[in-house]
Structures are given as structure tokens and as C-alpha cells.
Ligand binder design. Structure first.
Ligand code: FEO
Length: 397
């Protein structure tokens, strides 16, 4: 991906691959890297870039931009999103092309001023407003909170390309081709769901509203600002987003345990045995102390069953389990069945905390709830197995 790549008529990918950042937002691991997709459209009367990339990639981005422009000036920068992974080079573009005009919406304006000190040459657009580049008419639609308040998408009415911003984005740098028909689905779909669970899930209601809003457009390609570009099977990827945002969970279960000395882990294994007895085939077990948070969130979002088992730590919930519960409360998953178990030695606390969590998250609880003193007895493990079996039956019902 060392060059600008033509991705549709007069339309160029000018993005970059980032294999240097280890944590996206300084939070989420990037084992396959991440791509910042940016685009250029060269109309007959004007040129427009759709977003830029993260600041450290100035040289690479700029070289591709010049290639795509083929000696012409850049007339417009469409700012679909002000988050710095896409807006890192706005000020530099203005320096290069002083007559450059910025296209944003009313919520873009304060962010543009705050990040880049830019107040002039800003054209604010509303839903349905258009920009004619000559042979390409761009239409804008705001999608607030997908992923920031100023987020918007841009639709090229000529080519049918939707520049979808963070929507339909995924972790993972481009490793060969840019498009869905140039990659194995298995290579991008998991990273797209992990991105959804970490970055977008909290705004699932907004995704549903946006899908309805964009439903009237004749979309032929979806070009997001991260990850794979879609041209082969648009319906498939829209249907994935519809499913994730409606929270239509799959028939599987995630078991997460927090354990210091292995006793709560044994309880979790017993829950897994119960799930297997109920014939649940897709079971994922995670040690909350060691598992990556983003992988847990991805699978919890995907599957219907969730069992949380925690030891007590200083009279309250074990910290890694507390961290997971906090992330889940921030995202408020729905349509799941929840099993709980806690353990303690010199003070109770974990199960009560998990019960409080269950109240707040409003998921359907499946019993029995199990509370174990010190080390689980055979009877305790049988109860955990029963919890797993009941949870499994609820998952498959
Ligand atoms: Fe990829 Fe919300 O920025």
C-alpha cells in the first residue's frame, strides 16, 4: 500500500497502515495493526479529500494525496470526523493549500477550532446538503454519536460510494488488497466485531437509527475510515451491523472468572461442564486477570450466555472482574442470559457485588446463584454445573 490506489471512478484511497501503535486509543490491542482510510475524489471542476490520517503519518499520506491529485490543487476537505486518528493533518493541508475549504457540520466547528485553531473557510452542511465536484455530487448525512457528536457520512451520488466514517470500520491493517473480495472474511470479520464491541457498541441505538436513515440510499460500495472496503457483498456487511446493533446474539456462552488461587476457576470449569451437558457447542472461558478485555467484550457481545464468577477481594469484587463489569455497564448489552457465582474466605462481597451489577445491567438472570466458602465442595461444584446447564438451556431455547 505504498501508493494511492484507485478504488472507484475518480476515487482514490490515500490511507495508511499503522503497525506502530500497540494500543488503539491507548486501550485496545492491535495484533493485526490498524488502517486509517482516507480518500480523494477528483471531479471535473473540483477535488475533495474525505478525512486525513493520524498525525505521525504525514509524509506517507501527503505523497499519496499528491499522487491522487495528479498535479491539481486540493479544493475541499470533507471532515466526516474530528477524532485525531482521522483529523491529524488538517492544519498541514491548510498550510499547503491556503484556499482549502472545510466541509463539516455545526458540531464540527468548535472541535476544528479547538484542535487546529481553524475558524475560517468552514462550510457547514446539514442532512441532505450537497457539494458538486463536477461529475460527482456528494451528499452529506449527520450520524451523531457514531462515534462522536459531529460524526457524519458522505455519499457520492454518482458512484454510490458511502464514505461511512467509523461505521463499518474494523481493526486490522490492510495486508494485501483493500477490498472484501481480496481478503478472507475470517481475517476481517472478527476484527470488525472486536472494533464494534470496543468502539461502537455503546451507540448501538444510534447505529439502528443511522441504518434507517441511510437505507434510502442506493449504496454500491461502503468505504469506512478503518479496515476493509466493501464492494462485493454490501448486504452482508449491512446485515452484520444490523445484527450487532440489534444485539441478536448467537447460541454460545462466555464464562469469565476472577480467581486468585484456583478455587473460583474450578467453579467456572464446572459451569462449562454444565453448558456442555446442555449441548452448547460454542463456549469461551476467560480468566479475567489475563484475558484481553477487547476479546472478552467481543465474545460477550456475540453470544447469548454469560456467566461471571468472582472471588472476593478486600471485601468487594475482584478488581479484574470489576473492570469488566464497568466496561459492560458502559455498553449495556441486551438479549443475554446471565449466571452469577462468588466465593469468599474471611469476608463475603463478590456475589453481592455481582448481584448489584445484574440489577443495573438488567439482563435476565439464570439460577442457581452459587456462593462458595473457601474451596468448592462436591456439592458446590454440582450447583455450578447446574447453573451451567440451566444457562445452556436458556441459550438454546
Ligand atoms: Fe476512528 Fe472515532 O475515530
Amino acid at each position: 500500500m505504498y501508493n494511492a490506489i484507485q478504488v472507484n471512478k475518480d476515487t482514490w484511497w490515500t490511507g495508511v497502515n499503522d503497525h506502530d501503535t500497540d494500543l488503539f486509543e491507548s486501550l485496545w490491542p492491535l495484533p493485526q495493526g490498524v488502517a486509517y482510510n482516507a480518500y480523494v475524489i477528483t471531479g471535473t471542476t473540483a477535488t475533495a479529500a474525505i478525512d486525513t490520517v493520524k498525525g505521525p503519518y504525514l509524509d506517507e499520506y501527503y505523497n499519496k494525496l499528491l499522487q491522487a491529485l495528479g498535479g491539481r490543487a486540493l479544493n475541499y476537505l470533507v471532515i466526516n470526523h474530528m477524532e485525531p486518528d482521522h483529523a491529524g493533518l488538517i492544519a498541514q493541508l491548510k498550510k499547503q493549500w491556503p484556499s482549502l475549504k472545510f466541509i463539516g457540520n455545526v458540531k464540527t466547528v468548535p472541535l476544528l477550532k479547538g484542535y487546529h485553531g481553524i475558524e475560517e473557510d468552514v462550510i457547514t452542511v446539514k442532512d441532505g446538503d450537497t457539494l458538486d465536484l463536477g461529475g460527482h455530487v456528494l451528499r452529506f448525512a449527520t450520524v451523531p454519536m457514531l462515534h462522536w457528536p459531529e460524526s457524519m457520512v458522505t455519499f457520492d451520488t454518482t458512484t454510490g460510494v458511502l464514505f461511512s466514517n467509523d461505521s463499518f470500520g474494523g481493526f486490522g491493517a490492510h495486508e494485501g488488497g483493500l477490498f472484501d473480495d481480496e481478503k478472507l472474511t475470517a481475517r476481517w470479520a472478527g476484527e470488525m466485531l472486536r472494533y464494534y464491541a470496543c468502539i461502537v457498541a455503546k451507540y448501538s441505538n444510534v447505529v439502528q437509527a443511522a441504518l434507517k436513515k441511510l437505507g434510502a440510499l442506493e449504496i454500491k460500495n461502503i468505504f469506512p475510515s478503518h479496515g476493509t472496503l466493501f464492494r462485493k457483498d454490501i448486504k452482508q456487511v449491512i446485515s452484520l451491523y444490523d445484527k450487532w446493533s440489534k444485539q441478536e446474539a448467537e447460541q454460545g456462552a462466555v464464562v469469565v472468572y476472577g480467581s486468585m488461587y484456583g478455587n473460583t476457576k474450578r467453579m467456572a470449569e464446572a459451569v462449562c461442564t454444565g453448558l456442555a451437558e446442555a449441548k452448547v457447542k460454542d463456549v469461551r472461558i476467560y480468566d479475567a486477570s489475563r484475558a484481553d478485555m477487547s476479546n472478552m467484550l467481543r465474545d460477550i457481545w456475540r453470544f447469548k450466555g454469560l456467566a461471571l464468577l468472582s472471588c472476593t477481594y478486600n471485601t468487594v469484587l475482584y478488581p479484574p472482574m470489576e473492570a469488566l463489569c464497568s466496561k459492560l455497564l458502559n455498553r449495556m448489552p441486551k438479549n443475554k442470559v446471565l449466571g452469577l457465582a462468588g466465593s469468599y474466605s474471611w469476608s463475603k462481597g463478590a456475589l453481592t457485588a455481582l448481584q448489584d451489577f445484574a440489577e443495573k445491567i438488567k439482563l435476565e438472570k439464570i439460577g442457581p446463584e452459587v456462593e462458595v466458602y473457601t474451596s468448592p465442595t462436591d456439592e458446590d461444584l454440582k450447583k455450578c454445573c447446574e447453573l451451567g446447564k440451566n444457562l445452556g438451556e436458556a441459550v438454546l431455547s
